[in-house]
Ligand binder design. Structure first.
Ligand code: GAP
Length: 514
């Protein structure tokens, strides 16, 4: 199965097993908006708990906040979003499709990268163990040509984005003969700026209505509450404020399922530090966040840092944590050293003094900020795409068949334990239900009596349930059941009384945090 087929499979799996549905599907859906089904909402809640506990429980100096989605419109003027939260858009006159000019160019850069990668893979095969990749990149004429092309394009693109120079962006698209993926033509309109914020109105009469925005990030709710939290909690710098909440962006190109949505959820933490200490804390949070991702056990090679070579005007360091999705390495989390930009801007626009008095050296200053910002939905996609596997499994008849299994980290799996009576009689269902009622306060259990045991195992493999218990005719005799492990498919006979001890630790978020 190629990566595109794999991704299609993932989307249909999410629908079939109640993880993610297209929003308003019966009305043909609303583009780039999704609903989470019964298992999806459990996984999402577990991801949020994993993040929240890792921030707030494990860091004495990080506290939580839940600020409103609507904020005073001046917040977005101060933050720069009204003037500069734009994407450059371009239309193809033949297909009438709209694109982000920067995305078209970045995709072209990716194509060049893929060509380079192909040459490397070919050469590695040819030279075997003696292959020296850095030397090959430096000396192979074809790779050198692609690298030069890439560098030239990248420099032009960076400069055009920095200014921004919309005419030059269009010229790049023409010069590099970038075509519309639908019509295949180069019949492009001019490039225009498009603000990504959704606006609405607050107020009961037309005269008193005030234009407000749906927040495009949760971070500003933290900045405008800096003084409230610092004073009410008597927080000493360095300290952080963590928040999980919805954000909204009118994305021009919304693609790749829940990777880029118009309504999504963010988990953001703003860490306030003494000016001059920000780069030390930037490194600290980079490590903490990478460890948080890698603790899920998908393998260190699935992640990489991508340092920004061009920094936003308010940042003095920035990196992304990228994950290897089926469609390539892409950002899941941003870590930014945002200087004192945001607090200073809110001070200027609000007229309120936003400073911290440092009792250690009797000075007042505007704190600097390190931000960690991750999308819940993108994290969800990361987990599903790393977990969904098709693999061979032995059948009851001694043969081999393919099974679909969602190898979710047990601590994040929606259902931790499924309990099956072997048959719907002989008192077995009652025993199965009793096991659930004894364990349901510890973790999420589900009862299932439909179809053969084999089919029930397959169903829970596809849902990602790490443990299944079968109650059979030996159970009433000696209080034992078979416990099946999703990943190894090994079944062992255990006492009912031991189930909690065997399972609870492995499926608890604490197991990841430790
Ligand atoms: N406060 C900083 C900020 O919002 P960002 O890089 O624009 O930075 C942070 O967004 C994270 O939010 C991204 O790394 C991504 O995980 C998630 N995100 C951003 N836009 C998204 C979208 N349209 N759909 C889903 N997730 C998105």
């Amino acid at each position: 199965m190629n990566q595109e087929e794999l991704f299609k499979r993932l989307v249909s799996h999410c629908k079939e097993y109640g993880y993610v549905f297209q929003s308003s599907e019966i009305y043909d859906g609303l583009s780039a908006v999704y609903d989470y089904g019964p298992y999806g909402v459990e996984l999402k809640n577990n991801i949020k708990k994993y993040w929240w506990d890792s921030m707030v429980l494990l860091h004495e100096q990080v506290v939580g906040l839940d600020s409103a989605i609507f904020m005073h419109p001046t917040v977005w003027k101060a933050s720069g979003h009204v003037d500069a939260f734009n994407d450059p858009l371009i239309d193809n006159k033949d297909s009438k499709k709209r694109y982000r000019a920067d995305v078209l160019i970045e995709e072209h850069l990716e194509k060049i990268d893929n060509k380079i990668e192909k040459e490397i893979v070919k050469a590695r095969k040819r030279f075997g163990e003696t292959f020296d990749e850095p030397l090959f990149k430096e000396t192979n004429p074809r790779v050198k040509k692609y690298n030069d092309q890439r560098q030239q394009l990248h420099e032009r693109y960076q400069k055009a984005m920095e200014l921004p120079d919309l005419k030059e962006l269009r010229q790049i698209i023409l010069d590099y003969e970038i075509v519309c993926p639908i019509s295949g033509s180069r019949n492009w309109t001019e490039v225009r700026q498009f603000n990504l914020m959704f606006a609405t109105e607050v107020g009961s009469t037309a005269e008193s209505a005030m234009k407000v925005f749906l927040r495009p990030e949760t971070a500003q709710g933290i900045y405008v509450n800096f003084l409230n939290v610092q004073k009410s909690g008597r927080m000493k710098i360095p300290f952080g404020i963590a928040q999980i909440g919805k954000a909204f962006r009118n994305e021009i190109v919304a693609r790749q399922f829940i990777f880029r949505m118009r309504e999504f959820e963010q988990m953001e933490m703003q860490f306030f530090v003494k000016p001059g200490e920000e780069l030390k804390w930037f490194e600290y949070w980079k490590n903490i966040r990478m460890n948080w991702h890698q603790a899920l056990g998908f393998g260190a090679d699935m992640y990489r840092f991508h340092d920004h070579d061009k920094l936003a005007h308010y940042a003095n360091a920035a990196t992304d944590i990228e994950f290897r999705f089926p469609f390539g390495f892409k950002e899941v989390e941003g870590i930014h050293s945002r200087t004192d930009f945001d607090l200073k801007m809110h001070q200027e626009y609000s007229g309120r003094k936003i400073q911290y008095f440092d009792p250690d050296d009797n000075t007042s200053y505007t704190p600097y900020v390190i931000e960690t910002s991750i999308g819940v939905d993108r994290m969800f996609l990361q987990i599903i795409s790393a977990s969904l596997k098709e693999e061979e499994a032995p059948t009851a008849e001694g043969g081999v068949a393919m099974r679909t299994v969602l190898k979710l980290p047990p601590a994040l799996a929606p259902v931790k334990l499924a309990v099956f009576p072997l048959v719907r009689k002989d008192g077995l269902p009652a025993i199965a239900r009793k096991i659930i009622s004894d364990l349901k306060f510890d973790f999420y259990c589900q009862y299932d009596e439909k179809d053969s045991i084999g089919k029930r195992y397959r169903r829970h493999d596809a849902i990602g349930t790490p443990y299944c218990v079968t109650v059979d005719h030996q159970t009433p005799v000696d209080d034992t059941v078979t416990l099946r492990n999703r990943d190894t498919m090994v079944q062992e006979r255990v006492k009912i009384a031991a189930l909690k001890e065997i399972i609870a630790d492995k499926v608890s978020v604490i197991s990841l945090l430790k």
